[in-house]
Write a protein that binds this ligand. Sequence first.
Ligand SMILES: Nc1ncnc2c1ncn2[C@@H]1O[C@H](COP(=O)(O)OP(=O)(O)OP(=O)(O)O)[C@@H](O)[C@H]1O
Length: 256
Amino acid sequence: MKDKIVLQNLSKTFQTESGRAVPVLEDINLTIRDNEFLLVIGPSGCGKTTLLSCIAGFEEPTSGEILMDGEVVKGPSAQRGVVFQETALFPWRRVEKNVEYGLEVRGMPRQERKKIAQKYLEMVGLQDFADAYPKELSGGMKKRLTIATVYANNPEVLLMDEPFSALDYPTKCRLQMDLMDLWTKEKKTTVFISHDVEEAVLLSDRIIVLNRHKIALEYQNPFPRPRRDELRSDPKFIEAKEYIKGAYWNESQKAQ
Ligand SMILES: Nc1ncnc2c1ncn2[C@@H]1O[C@H](COP(=O)(O)OP(=O)(O)OP(=O)(O)O)[C@@H](O)[C@H]1O
């Protein structure tokens, strides 16, 4: 599989207003392969969002560089779709019009963008809510809508920052399965940030534990796809979760 995103000696240090230097990422080297689902986990404040923001092009590295398809990332691009923890929807636009927004901006004809919006609303099970406003949707439905919106724009890379963290467990489980279905149908290179070890083992091809400014552990996920909901209670899955949790826990302890 070809390399999609390459982080070369990536470092990021923030300067606080009082002039203090806050090192967040130090000399990170990482290759994300085309169509890989990479999951980044780590204790709060370890730099997960900063890493994602650098890949998205929202933050500039202090040193080192990020390459996508061999080209240096110099700023945000429509080729990298971002899903944040908070849903970013237009409250005054109906559900279908939210999905169409990016396509409209690109000048796609009305009928064509409507067809694409309907396809993705169906894929996330929101076809009956096309004419509703976002405020009429539950938290989980809003997440589905955000994912449909990002997918409709057809980016090559999907960057997701804890998209399901605020949801209750059953809703989260359902959305994880939905995302996996969508990802299986339309594979995209994905970088997904999470605090949740179960989510990490269920979704990923590979897990990176980030801590103390560096990659503390890399774990190649052995579970074959498709992965069903029942996998969550498989003893081997639980064992894998414990292993990641052990590394995550140890790293959290060291961070204190
Ligand atoms: N713009 C900024 N200016 C100064 N410091 C910042 C800035 N953005 C982030 N930081 C600091 O960088 C560190 C990493 O933040 P980041 O949000 O990347 O962590 P995280 O791992 O995503 O945390 P969480 O899991 O709590 O979301 C934190 O110490 C934070 O205070």
